[in-house]
Design a binder for this molecule. Structure first.
Ligand SMILES: Nc1ncnc2c1ncn2[C@@H]1O[C@H](COP(=O)(O)OP(=O)(O)OP(=O)(O)O)[C@@H](O)[C@H]1O
Length: 845
């Protein structure tokens, strides 16, 4: 057996734990056992001096999930034949290798999230990538001469595992300092599990063949791809890796699409983080835009929403179509609520198909298909209540598959086991042969109870019992007190504390028949199951299309619900350079303010969000410079503009009274302070990196939000940088990227006089004695003061500090820039002079 073990182990990639099936356990040996016992908290045992640890076969999924979450790869070696024959070594074979990117098991996947395996290659033509969700079959290639155009979408897709050619990652890490794109690539890889493959797996010529074989096509023209597309190298490497891990060709792949950065609204990694698109700053899903927009009823819908947000299309007709469908559903409340109820009963067809196609089969998966198909006539009926409309195109893509829909409930029982070995999932009456085999088992059981009664009578032992254990099979049990009554034809098998166990020739014969009948029934059931799987897979294309359409309907119906609950409006999208929002609100903050369980509500009760207007255009009011006190709502305001724009461009309705947006090609943001100390970058360095990225990549169609640029350094350095950044954004004579710039540097408001496309705004506050009241209104014109000291008092700074700060402020604001030190009286009074370091710059301001 250990020879078998070493044979399998030898051929595994490094860092792969081998789970070796022994009866009801998966065992691990040697260093695998030591590592797993630490990670899983298992007891480490010893056999012949080598360490060993085991997990029960039934609970394997859970443990494997934990190993994958810890970034490990796990190879599963199963028994390839029944272990019933005593004394013979069972044949075993590697069934699959599970890695974080290739696992298909529902227990190891987040149903609401896509699960990508992504391969990357870089050469002088640029960055080439391919990504694959094995669970659903989504497969894409991309190439871009500028890595910074591809990294945004890759970050948004958040792959579970990356594949690169051997040595590539080291080369990116050690690239010369000025090669910032390669460093960004290395940073992207640094936080993820990277598996390396020999470089030849990335060679385009052989990769193209691998991809075509996997897709079962003779050329790639049907997918609009030329065989020289540089993304095909990584695509080939992906297919190779998936095949190795599945120990079979991946059967989920439905096609290959090209992703084009130019057709997508790009959100660079910093913006995804700053605007809290997929996760809040605290790293939780709550508080993110994704959660605020997610009203889906199905897992496939939730995943589609994530994909739309990760790569918003720039295709105007497609966006408008989504908006219109939301509108149609919103206008028909009863259709909307019926539809959402129906969708609630729809199961995760794409992932079920993925598992069935890749040999992970159990009766419940078929139950999922059955339950979903059962909903479809009602879905059609519900949609038929809508007038002929945009939704009609979706209706034709929902296939009812009547014969499969009737077949599955006839064949499958109501309650379905998760494991094929448990049997009893095929309904009685479906197959006469199965019924016959099952009745043999039932007859046999009756025979056994008849035998028990007959033997009790024959021997006069009233306590005589016929029992069964896995080790001994069927036997007759006689207690000690009755042993003298045992007849001569009983064959003794075992002595126990309480008595003896016997068999008879007739019982042995019957036992064989019972095992045989059970085995035959199970085998028959399995054959019927396999036929059903084939019938389902024969319809996999229609099922997949239906599932995609249901997912789309689900997202759009969810948005209709969202629009109704929060009073959203349909944004107007066009090719102009305008961005006009009337009474816009922040989608996430608004929901949190109303949420009675939110922390803010604990103090003041649920509050209403104060709406604000925005009017920008690349050629006129290009830059909105927003000043105002701390805590007034500047950051919230500029973020809400970015989020409303993003929502509009994925086809969602928006939290505003009305809204008109000329399509935006990229959204950039530089918000808040974060450092990256682990990679040797200070807060200020991160801020400047992000600003550099914006200035280098923004186009006239971009939207930029900048919050307190320059805050991370000395006042004058910061102010000068902020000043120069605004000028740079305004450098073009006629137009520039639409920009919202929130700042505490009052001096910048002077720029309005020099830059014709800059407008000053401020967030108004009311003064009340020495207090301020936040009214959250954005109004034209610059703020006169920053009220920092009042806000500091609200934050609970000691009053002595507040009073002293006021004195210093008064002095600083007057011409007298000398501030008296009030430190210990015993010491002689000393005066320090606060004066600008750079008189020239002060004059200039
Ligand atoms: N329009 C609004 N309606 C209601 N509440 C708001 C609004 N805008 C902001 N708030 C609330 O005010 C708080 C402070 O807002 P925000 O962080 O945007 O202020 P800020 O001006 O950027 O402050 P600072 O300059 O100190 O960073 C937010 O947490 C939010 O709860």
């Amino acid at each position: 057996m250990m020879e078998q073990y070493f044979e399998v182990k030898e051929n595994l990639p490094r860092d792969t734990l081998l789970l070796f099936r022994l009866g009801d356990f998966y065992e691990m040996f040697y260093e695998d056992a030591v590592m797993a016992s630490k990670l899983l908290g298992l007891t480490l045992t010893k056999r012949h001096d080598y360490p060993m640890a085991g997990i029960p076969y039934h609970a394997a999924n859970n443990y494997v999930g934990k190993l994958l979450a810890a970034g490990k790869k796990v190879a599963i070696c199963d028994q390839a034949e029944s272990g019933k024959i005593v004394g013979k070594l069972v044949r075993r074979q590697l069934t699959r290798i599970l890695t974080p990117g290739t696992t298909l098991d529902a227990a190891q996947l987040d149903a609401a999230r896509n699960h990508y395996l992504c391969a990357l290659a870089h050469d002088r033509r640029g960055l080439h990538a391919a990504w694959l969700d094995l669970t659903t079959g989504e497969f894409k290639v991309a190439t871009d001469p500028r890595p910074e155009n591809l990294l945004p979408v890759l970050t948004a897709l958040d792959p579970a595992e990356l594949i690169t050619a051997e040595g590539a990652l080291d080369a990116w890490k050690n690239a010369p300092h000025e090669q910032t794109a390669l460093h960004a690539l290395a940073n992207f890889c640094a936080t993820r599990l990277v598996s390396e493959l020999p470089a030849y797996q990335f060679e385009t010529a052989s990769a193209v063949r691998t991809v075509m074989t996997a897709l079962g096509v003779l050329n790639l023209e049907g997918f609009g791809l030329s065989v020289s597309h540089p993304g095909l190298g990584p695509a080939g490497a992906l297919v190779y890796y998936a095949t190795e891990n599945l120990c079979a060709k991946p059967e989920t792949l439905r096609g290959l699409q090209e992703y084009r950065s130019a057709a997508t609204l790009l959100l660079d990694p910093a913006t995804l983080r700053n605007l809290e698109i997929f996760a809040s700053i605290r790293g939780t899903r709550d508080g993110s835009l994704l959660t605020a927009l997610n009203r889906t009823a199905t897992a496939a819908g939730a995943r589609l929403l994530e994909r739309w947000l990760a790569a918003p299309t720039l295709d105007l007709p497609a966006i408008r179509r989504r908006q219109l469908i939301v509108g149609e559903l919103l206008a028909a409340p009863s259709v909307l609520s019926d539809l959402r109820d129906r969708l609630g009963a729809v199961r995760d067809i794409p992932r079920i198909l993925g598992r069935l196609q890749n040999r992970l089969r159990n009766p419940r998966e078929l139950g999922g298909i059955r339950d979903t198909l059962a909903q479809l006539p009602a879905v059609h009926e519900t949609l038929a209540a809508l007038p002929v409309s945009e939704i009609s195109s979706l209706k034709t893509q929902i296939h009812e598959l009547p014969s499969l829909r009737d077949h599955l409930p006839r064949a499958l029982g109501d309650e379905l086991p998760a494991d094929l070995q448990d049997g009893n999932y095929i309904r009685t009456g479906y197959d006469p042969e199965l019924d016959r085999l099952r009745s043999l088992t039932t007859d046999n059981k009756t025979w056994l109870s008849d035998l028990e009664r007959a033997e009790q009578e024959r021997t006069g032992i009233r306590s005589l019992k016929i029992r069964f254990t896995n080790n001994f099979g069927y036997y007759i049990e006689v207690t000690k007190a009755n042993l003298h009554l045992v007849p001569a034809d009983y064959i003794r098998r075992q002595t126990t504390v309480g008595g003896e166990r016997y068999v008879t020739e007739a019982l042995k014969q019957k036992e064989k028949e019972i095992f045989h009948a059970e085995e035959n029934a199970l085998a028959r059931e399995l054959a019927l199951f396999t036929d059903l799987v084939t019938a389902v897979l024969d319809e996999s294309l229609a099922l997949a299309q239906t599932a995609d359409t249901l997912a789309e309907l689900d997202v759009l119906a969810g948005w209709a619900r969202l629009a109704r609950d929060w009073d959203y409006s349909r944004p107007e999208l066009d090719d102009t350079d305008i961005l006009e929002i009337t009474e816009g609100r922040h989608p996430v903050v608004e929901q949190m303010l109303k949420d009675p369980s939110a922390p803010a509500a604990a103090v003041t009760g649920p509050q209403s969000f104060v709406p604000n207007d925005t009017a920008l255009s690349a050629s006129e009011a290009q830059i909105a410079l927003i000043t105002g006190p701390n805590m007034a709502g500047k950051s919230t305001y500029i973020r809400q503009v970015a989020l409303i724009t993003l929502m509009a461009q994925i086809g969602c309705w928006v939290p505003a009274k009305s809204c008109r947006i000329g399509l935006v090609d990229r959204i950039f943001s530089r918000v808040g302070a974060s450092d990256d100390l682990a990679r040797g970058n200070s807060t200020f360095m991160v801020e400047m990196n992000e600003t550099a990225n914006i200035l280098n990549n923004a186009t006239d169609r971009s939207l930029i939000i900048l919050d307190e640029i320059g805050r991370g350094t000395s006042t004058y350095d910061g102010l000068s940088i902020a000043w120069a950044v605004v000028e740079h954004l305004h450098r073009d004579e006629t137009c520039g990227p639409r920009t919202l710039f929130a700042t505490h540097y009052q001096e910048l408001t002077q720029l309005e006089k020099h830059l014709p496309r800059l407008r000053n705004y401020s967030v108004a506050v009311k003064e009340w004695n020495d207090d301020i009241v936040f009214v959250r209104r954005v109004v034209p014109g610059a703020a006169d003061r920053s009220y920092g000291i009042q806000v500091a008092r609200l934050a609970g700074l000691p009053l002595t500090v507040i009073d002293r700060a006021k004195t210093i402020l008064t002095k600083l604001e007057s011409d007298d820039t000398t501030v008296e030190l009030t430190t210990p009286k015993a010491r002689p009074r000393k005066k320090i002079t606060v004066k600008p370091d750079d008189a020239a710059q002060m004059n200039f301001l």
